[in-house]
Design a protein around this ligand. Structure first.
Ligand code: CP
Ligand code: NVA
Length: 302
């Protein structure tokens, strides 16, 4: 049976721990220069409806490290861009490839890809979730904090796709989640409900200091996500008080780690001094995308 990962909730706590262990092993092997040709002659299709630096490069390098091949499929260049259906694309690609990862506008697109293909499908960011990001983030948290249970994860900013996955992922791993979002930008009720059913402990506030108080992790993301550009002007005003800066860090634990999925808009959601400061783990987090995704594609495609 093929397995898809469209949401972080497609993985159990045990599976996430297994992936993190495998990711740490793959990271050590890569640093030691050990060969890892576990997916020789296998091909991963990478469908992109939106821009990407980290996701595209890390998945492509992952397949190279495994001795396999990755195909960059820009949705404007393949026939989807001319109206071929997702269903027919999924059926066709299933005959060539061993896995698909897709970065899409609408979450339903990854659902359709998964439904109509016979190979594993990975959500590489949709309007609703970004599970691959959260796996890399959890790997980073594990490296620094050695555990999840009892940690306080503070989200500061937009209740967006990354926030949804962080909320659900925190519920799965037993972290306390506190999100500070401007009114009207909180995570949607369906995600809060889902987190509740997973046993998640969370608070939603519009005060960044309440969320950041005694936090072990402070996480932020852009105020204007891909697709939200039309709201840019309004958002910059609405989010003005939701910046991660040294003043906010003062209320957190002294050993708080600062995370950002990137790309960042320096000087807006995060200041230069915090991003480049001693609490920031942002670029290790970016690197860990590679190792965590390698663990994931190995699990799904081997
Ligand atoms: N964090 C992340 O997914 O980055 P990219 O948009 O560059 O892939
Ligand atoms: N929330 C951001 C994340 C980018 C990786 C976006 O969707 O644009």
């Amino acid at each position: 049976m093929k397995k898809d990962v469209l949401s972080i909730t497609d993985l159990t706590r045990e599976e996430i721990y297994e992936l993190l262990e495998s990711a740490a092993d793959l990271k050590a092997k890569r640093k030691a220069g050990e060969p890892t040709e576990f997916l020789k002659n296998k091909s991963l299709g990478m469908i992109f409806e939106k821009s990407s630096t980290r996701t595209r490069v890390s998945f492509e390098v992952a397949m190279t490290d495994f001795g396999g091949h990755a195909l960059y499929l820009n949705s404007r260049d393949i026939q989807i861009g001319r109206g071929e259906t997702i269903e027919d694309t999924a059926r066709t690609l299933s005959g060539y490839l061993h896995g698909i990862m897709a970065r899409v506008m609408k979450h339903e697109t990854v659902e359709k890809l998964a439904k109509y293909s016979t190979i594993p499908v990975i959500n590489a960011l949709s309007a609703l979730e970004h599970p691959c990001q959260i796996l890399g983030d959890f790997m980073t948290i594990m490296e620094y904090k050695k555990k999840f249970e009892g940690l306080k994860f503070a989200w500061v900013g937009d209740g967006n796709n990354v926030c949804n996955s962080a909320l659900l992922g925190s519920a799965i791993m037993g972290m306390e989640f506190a999100a500070a979002c401007p009114k009207g930008y909180e995570p949607k009720a369906e995600f809060l409900e889902k987190a509740k059913t997973l046993g998640g402990k969370f608070i939603i506030t519009d005060d960044p200091k309440v969320a950041a108080k005694d936090a072990d992790i402070i996480y932020t993301d852009v105020w204007v996500s891909m697709g939200d550009e039309a709201e840019q002007e309004k958002r910059l005003k609405d989010f003005a008080k939701f910046q991660v800066n040294t003043e906010l860090l003062e209320v957190a634990k002294p050993d708080v780690i600062v995370m950002h999925c990137l790309p960042a808009r320096r000087g807006l959601e995060i200041t230069d001094d915090v991003m480049d400061g001693p609490n920031s783990v942002i670029f290790e987090e970016a690197e860990n995308r590679l190792h965590a995704q390698k663990a994931l594609i190995l699990k799904l495609m081997r």
